[in-house]
Write a protein that binds this ligand. Structure first.
Ligand SMILES: NC(=O)C1=CN([C@@H]2O[C@H](COP(=O)(O)OP(=O)(O)OC[C@H]3O[C@@H](n4cnc5c(N)ncnc54)[C@H](OP(=O)(O)O)[C@@H]3O)[C@@H](O)[C@H]2O)C=CC1
Ligand SMILES: Cc1cn([C@H]2C[C@H](O)[C@@H](COP(=O)(O)OP(=O)(O)O[C@H]3O[C@@H](C)C(=O)[C@@H](O)[C@H]3O)O2)c(=O)[nH]c1=O
Length: 288
């Protein structure tokens, strides 16, 4: 396919897409925030005028969940207003758009994995702005475009739960981790491969929404325990209820996403979170 623009390329997903892109056909154009601030509509239009592309993978986002509670306008600019503008540009230039969203669009009251059409009811500012971004795309409706919701993303670089646990595990004898929030960790490398695999074949009129996470289900406590165990860190992991680990943003207590539609439409097998965690830890260790 023709040229593909990847925004937010310094982030977790953007970095993994860049790494994997060498094995995929197509010409890639990678832009970090300094090269392309997606909140600057005029710059985005000028940029696309200078660099004609066929598709945009929007991996730029405001992802600081707690900070978003005190910076709602900033989160809205990146996660909603800029996304609305990008979708408009994609319609006018006839470009495919792959946009990422989150399990945090749901309120967490389900007792079975969330399907794509389950009602959204975000419980924090980040989730609300991501939901508004999704809705903007659906109403503008660029052709051949998808919104992929994922959850609990981590990779060998950037800020994420795995890196935080490795740091705390090396510094402390005990770490207290919430055991009443259930979801699925997702390795950004797996998500990047999924995005690159599906992009060329996207061919449908209305925007489609998919869920993609690793396989399996766990709590943050289970996840932390696995990180310490696989890394051989002697740090004790103590389970605590959310009430004992207060944070500015509320998080959904259950946010497992059903991947049935993704697996059916793209005939893909998805790695289990434990296998992908081991893979990522090997990568982190190899960099030390
Ligand atoms: N992280 C997670 O746990 C999850 C993420 N998602 C979604 O997946 C997608 C990718 O997330 P992830 O890779 O983890 O995010 P990161 O926070 O790792 O990366 C986001 C990138 O976006 C860039 N960015 C922020 N604002 C702008 C802007 N105005 N213009 C251009 N770039 C900007 C950041 O730049 P800079 O480096 O300069 O800050 C950063 O490089 C996002 O849509 C996110 O909402 C969904 C579920 C879970
Ligand atoms: C560091 C730490 C966190 N926690 C809890 C707090 C929180 O409930 C949970 C995860 O904390 P974090 O702040 O690392 O993760 P958080 O920012 O909530 O991660 C979210 O990011 C956004 C971008 C998404 O889209 C979500 O899918 C999800 O990945 O773990 C502990 O219980 N103990 C600890 O020592």
């Amino acid at each position: 396919m023709g040229k593909i623009l990847v925004t937010g390329v310094s982030g977790q997903l953007g970095t993994e897409i860049k790494k994997l892109s060498v094995s995929y056909k197509g010409d890639f154009l990678f832009a970090d925030r300094a090269a392309l601030d997606i909140t600057d509509g005029d710059k985005v239009k000028q940029f696309l005028g200078r660099h004609p592309v066929e598709a945009v993978i929007n991996s730029a986002a405001y992802t600081a969940v707690d900070k978003a509670e005190s910076e709602p306008e900033m989160a809205k600019q990146v996660n909603c207003k800029a996304v609305e503008m990008l979708a408009g540009v994609c319609v006018s230039h006839n470009l495919k758009l792959v946009h990422l969203s989150t399990d945090y669009v749901f309120d967490g009251k389900n007792h079975r994995p969330y399907k794509e059409n389950d009602p959204a009811a975000p419980v924090n500012v980040y989730g609300k702005t991501k939901w508004e971004g999704e809705e903007a795309i659906r109403s503008i409706n660029p052709g051949n475009s998808v919104i992929i919701r994922t959850s609990w993303l981590y990779s060998s670089q950037g800020n994420n739960f795995v890196k935080t646990m490795l740091r705390l595990g090396a510094e402390k004898e005990e770490v207290r981790v919430i055991d009443d929030q259930v979801g699925t960790p997702t390795y950004a490398g797996d998500l990047a491969a999924a995005v690159l695999d599906i992009l060329p074949g996207l061919n449908h009129k209305n925007v489609k929404t998919y869920h993609y996470t690793n396989e399996g289900v766990c709590t943050w406590f289970d996840f932390a325990k696995a990180i310490m165990e696989y890394e051989g860190l002697p740090c004790k992991v103590t389970p605590v209820p959310s009430s004992e680990y207060p944070t500015p943003a509320q998080r959904p207590s259950y946010s497992v996403l059903s991947k049935q539609t993704f697996k059916k439409d793209f005939k893909m097998t998805i790695p289990h979170w434990r296998d992908s965690l081991k893979k990522c830890l090997r990568e982190i260790d190899s960099k030390l």
